[in-house]
Ligand binder design. Structure first.
Ligand code: GUN
Length: 284
């Protein structure tokens, strides 16, 4: 029986830590504020941004959702972001992805002020992570590292295998694991004989977006398995890991739901407080 890594529990611990920081800033007359920009009416995105708003309120962060119609032009969206950049009462800006097809994501991300980029997607923050400078780290990989920290899992000298090379998860997670002194291998859709690599992993982190892709025969006995996938199949949420066959082989595993997911929102709140604290440091 693998140990279940309880993302819901650890996310409450992290949010309580963030709430303490919020109170410290409030004592200095600074109310941390997050603005989430949602273009169009993708139902899944709407559920996500409402979840972010609710979680922000619970730790005392002021937040707002700016909803723009699907017909918004790229120019209009960029102008909206510029306004938020200029607004000193706004510390964190998050533009919910995906955007409508007619808007180029990278142009939008590049327009967000790096000091307010609580997603950590701006090239400035991506570069900072790559060379070990302070900056915003994307919330999902940061949440994975926080889970490992809370669970006292030291990565030094461990072989960490990451499946997936996205800008949001796979690439930043591999950088963070490297920083934590793991030996890191990144696998992806073109990797040959993936199972021979994943079977060497002490830590296997999966973010490939394919339901139940990793099966028990791909996992080394005693490995720690982190499932970053969220897939909806016939109304049921499943991860990128086939829990039924992997759980008996692993020593610890994150479930889906209530694994990595709750940590992502907790890290967004953490990043928002960091953004506000950064503003506070500049102000004083
Ligand atoms: N859509 C799905 N995940 C994310 C995320 O982490 N940030 C943003 N901005 N949009 C997303």
């Amino acid at each position: 029986m693998a140990h279940l890594i309880d993302g819901k529990k650890w996310s409450s611990v992290s949010r309580a830590e963030t709430a303490v920081e919020v109170r410290r800033l409030l004592d200095k007359d600074l109310m941390p504020k997050l603005v989430v920009v949602l273009v169009g009416d993708n139902p899944a995105s709407l559920v996500y941004v409402r979840g972010k708003e609710k979680a922000a309120a619970e730790v005392g962060i002021d937040s707002r959702i700016d909803r723009l119609p699907a017909t918004t032009s790229a120019q209009e969206l960029l102008a909206h972001i510029e306004q938020l950049n200029q607004d000193d009462s706004v510390h964190g800006i998050l533009v919910q992805l995906p955007l409508p097809d007619h808007i180029d994501e990278q142009t939008v991300i590049a327009t967000i002020s790096p000091e307010k980029d609580v997603d950590g997607f701006h090239a400035h923050n991506v570069g900072a992570l790559a060379i070990g400078l302070p900056g915003f780290v994307p919330c999902t990989p940061l949440g994975v590292m926080k889970l490992l920290e809370y669970e006292n899992m030291d990565m030094t000298g461990k072989h960490a295998v990451v499946i997936g090379r996205s800008n949001i998860v796979g690439k930043p997670l591999s950088q963070l694991l490297l920083k934590a002194n793991a030996t890191v291998t990144v696998c992806h859709s073109r990797t040959k004989d993936m199972a021979s690599i994943t079977r060497q992993a002490d830590l296997l982190a999966v973010a490939i977006g394919k339901p139940e892709f990793v099966t028990g025969d791909m996992v080394k006995p005693g490995a720690v398995v982190i499932d970053v996938g969220i897939n909806r199949i016939e109304g049921k949420l499943v991860g990128d890991v086939d829990f039924a066959s992997v759980e008996p082989v692993a020593s610890a595993i994150t479930p889906v739901p209530k694994g990595v997911g709750p940590m992502t929102i907790a890290m967004l709140l953490h990043n928002t407080v960091l953004a506000a604290a950064g503003f506070e440091a500049l102000r004083s």
